[in-house]
Design a protein around this ligand. Structure first.
Ligand code: ATP
Ligand code: AMO
Length: 412
């Protein structure tokens, strides 16, 4: 039976009957990690299903702590990222992948329960749109009965229209499509958006406060409910725990620029940092280091972005319209959320649309909601895969996406 069992190929599904026991100390598997601390004294063994082809790599090749593969006596080899992604189902069998997707689901669960408890309504908006929803990002065009339609770049219009429909507080968890040719560690062409929108009483900081508290509930929830999963992921993707302060540092965009300038930061071409341009990924990451040095925090907020770099629906700062009532949230030096107060007054909205080159009549259904009266409101959008990647320090957003879509997908 032992000889027959030795011939069973790896990744076979087997039914085993036996007794679970700890191995005698002198026989412990020297290669083992947490998964091999027990062994089974087998009475019956039945092969249910066996692979019908040679595996491109072993699950063990993507399951061990990094240091293991550097050992001289290592029995398995670390597999390259491309090979892992090209055979994703096998890669997803590893303990680290399972843990990542439990945490992934955990973020959604925590997001949903926090908002539902605070009377937000979960919505499911259409992903087929007649026009683009975000002025900055490019759209995927689809053939809609021989007329053009577009895949939604965010539920932005729908969630604001729900506020115009007196729904007061809404959120959505759904797919978001971006036709951006960005081959970076943090961009996907399809990701999961966690979006919310709410009416405000007197100040847009009501939204900032709620979002701040929501993120803390998510991070604390992950750290308490998913301790084992986080430890499992750390064995393959080493990381330190994120540092969240009771009082989240909040900086104005202009203060962030000042911190960067004071640190001697310049753009790639040596020019001085502009006060009214968006931050590049490199500048964002450097600012993350500076915030960490000054406040000791990995999670922080930047408020009052330049109006120029924000979408047309963003409310200008009433005191100085070079700035806007908008903000980004950051984790370990990278953006996880973008949001702001929206323009709820139709004439101002139409003016801003025209300045942005958008004819309001092409978005009539959206603009009508404001023409018919709408409360002041604000919200934000989060990339689920970005939170998971940054929280767990995976280094590449693809490990936080089940079957990642990037500009190179579907090239066979
Ligand atoms: P983000 O949420 O990251 O800001 P976004 O949708 O606003 O996403 P951009 O502002 O266009 O996207 O890009 C953000 C950063 O990503 C850029 O500043 C740039 O550093 C980097 N980036 C974008 N596209 C590419 C690319 N093709 N190659 C390398 N880096 C890129
Ligand atoms: P924005 O375009 O900044 O804002 O997107 C919101 C958040 O989505 C994530 N994200 C991405 N994740 C993966 N791949 C991408 N290509 C990508 N692009 C963005 C980021 C980002 O912070 N309508 C506004 C939100 C709002 O104002 O409510 C919007 O879509 O985590």
């Amino acid at each position: 039976m032992v000889r027959w069992a030795e011939g069973i190929s790896r990744e076979s599904i087997v039914l085993v009957e036996g007794v679970i026991q700890r191995p005698p100390p002198d026989q412990e598997d020297v290669h083992s990690t947490t998964i091999h601390q027990y062994e089974i004294k087998i009475a019956k063994l039945h092969v249910v299903s066996a692979p019908s082809t040679t595996l491109p790599y072993q699950v063990e090749d993507v399951s061990r702590p990094k240091e293991y593969y550097e050992r001289e006596d290592a029995q398995f080899v670390r597999v390259g990222e491309r090979t892992r992604l090209d055979h994703r189902v096998l890669d997803l069998r590893s303990p680290a992948s399972h843990a990542i997707f439990r945490i992934h689901a955990g973020v959604c669960e925590l997001f949903r329960s926090y908002l539902t408890e605070r009377h937000f309504i979960e919505i499911h908006s259409s992903k087929l749109q007649g026009s683009s929803t975000e002025s900055g990002a490019a759209v995927f065009k689809v053939d809609y009965f021989r007329r053009p339609a577009y895949l939604a770049q965010s539920p932005q219009l729908a969630k604001q229209m729900c506020i115009a429909a007196d729904m007061d507080r809404v959120f959505e968890i759904g797919p978001v499509f971006r036709a951006e040719n960005s081959n970076t560690h943090r961009h996907l062409t399809e990701f999961t958006g966690l979006d919310l929108e709410m009416a405000i009483d007197s100040h847009y900081h009501e939204v900032v406060d709620l979002l701040d508290d929501l993120f803390k509930a998510i991070f604390e929830g992950l750290q308490s409910k998913f301790r084992d999963e986080i430890e499992t992921v750390k064995q393959f993707y080493p990381s330190d725990d994120v540092v969240i302060l009771d009082k989240t540092p909040r900086l104005k965009f202009s203060e962030g620029i000042r911190m960067l300038r004071d640190s001697g930061w310049t753009e790639d071409d040596g020019s001085e940092l502009s006060e009214t341009d968006d931050l590049s990924t490199r500048a964002e990451q450097r600012l993350g280091q500076l915030v960490k040095e000054k406040y000791g925090a990995d999670f922080y907020i930047i408020d009052k972005f330049p109006l120029e770099v924000r979408p047309f629906y963003t409310m200008p700062d009433p005191e100085d319209n070079r700035w806007s009532n908008s903000y980004d949230f950051f984790l370990r030096g990278e953006e996880i959320l973008s949001g702001g107060q929206r323009i709820h007054v139709a004439p101002l909205l139409e003016e801003r649309m025209r300045e942005d080159g958008v004819d309001p009549e092409t978005m009539k259904e959206y603009v009508d909601g404001f023409r018919w009266g709408c409360p002041p409101h604000g919200g934000g959008g989060v990339g689920l895969e970005r939170i998971v990647m940054l929280f767990l320090k995976l280094g590449n957003i693809r490990w936080a996406s089940l079957f990642p879509r990037d500009p190179r997908s579907f090239i066979v």
